[in-house]
Design a protein around this ligand. Structure first.
Ligand code: 4AZ
Length: 242
């Protein structure tokens, strides 16, 4: 990825964290996510279950917004506990199908012009060639360290004919890469974070054949494909317009 001077997209990114047992340790960044309303976080299902696909208890999780730096709490940082953990019920850790989920928060995040913003979801099927940006605190290269500052990378949505050449690719998924620089990619720790195209969340970081491999691509859950499940499961929490 690259690091622009001023990031206008980091306000859309939240950190889904695993709470530590001791107050002497910071909470661990586990996954990215984004706010689709003041109380609903969109993320990946694989962030919300353990190895045996058991849903994580809500009291083990929290969501941090307004934190462009992963390790630095500021006056803009908002941390909220989780009321409901809802991975897609048909998520499979084996095939990675339906890798999308939501967290309902115990109280509202307060949008703040520069640091915390709600993102509208895609209102149509993404087409090949669409220019997008992925953002997260994921590893800066395969098996590399997590950055302190969120990193973003510019990607292009690829045609389905190409995506189906990737292992495990199936309906409900989209794939994207940067054909000019294959090192620009999502990676471990970016999972659950948003793939943003024209100001809307189009994908959720899901998986890949490693990170940054030439002629490969990252795989994302297709937000528009799952729109009805998302709407039904965010019930009673009004969402930003489609
Ligand atoms: C991961 O391990 C991961 N290049 C996420 C995204 C990608 C690869 C790995 C896509 O969470």
């Amino acid at each position: 990825g690259y690091r622009p001077e001023k990031d206008d997209l980091v306000k859309f990114l939240v950190s889904v964290r695993l709470k530590q047992r001791s107050k002497f340790f910071g909470d661990d960044h586990m996954c990215g996510g984004c706010l689709i309303s003041k109380t609903v976080v969109l993320t990946a299902a694989h962030c919300l279950v353990d190895e045996s696909e058991t849903v994580l208890p809500r009291n083990k999780l929290k969501v941090v917004a307004g934190t462009p730096r992963r390790l630095l709490k500021t006056s803009r940082t908002q941390q909220i506990k989780v009321k409901k953990v809802r991975p897609h019920p048909e998520f499979s850790a084996e095939t990675l199908s339906n890798d999308i989920g939501i967290l309902l928060l115990k109280s509202e995040m307060q949008p703040d012009e520069n640091f915390v913003a709600i993102i509208p979801m895609a209102g149509e099927d993404p087409s090949a060639g669409l220019k997008c940006t992925v953002i997260g605190w994921g590893a800066i290269f395969e098996n590399g360290p997590l950055p302190d500052e969120a990193v973003r990378g510019d990607l292009t949505i690829l045609p389905n004919e190409f995506c189906y050449t990737l292992s495990l690719f199936e309906k409900g998924m989209i794939c994207a890469s940067n054909p000019k620089d294959f090192e620009v990619d999502s990676c471990q720790g970016d999972s659950g974070g948003p793939l943003i195209c024209a100001g809307k969340v189009v994908g959720v970081v899901s998986f890949g054949e490693g990170c940054g491999k030439p002629f490969s691509a990252g795989v994302y859950a297709d937000v528009y494909y799952y729109r009805n499940w998302i709407e039904n499961n965010a019930a009673k929490c009004p969402l930003a317009s489609w």
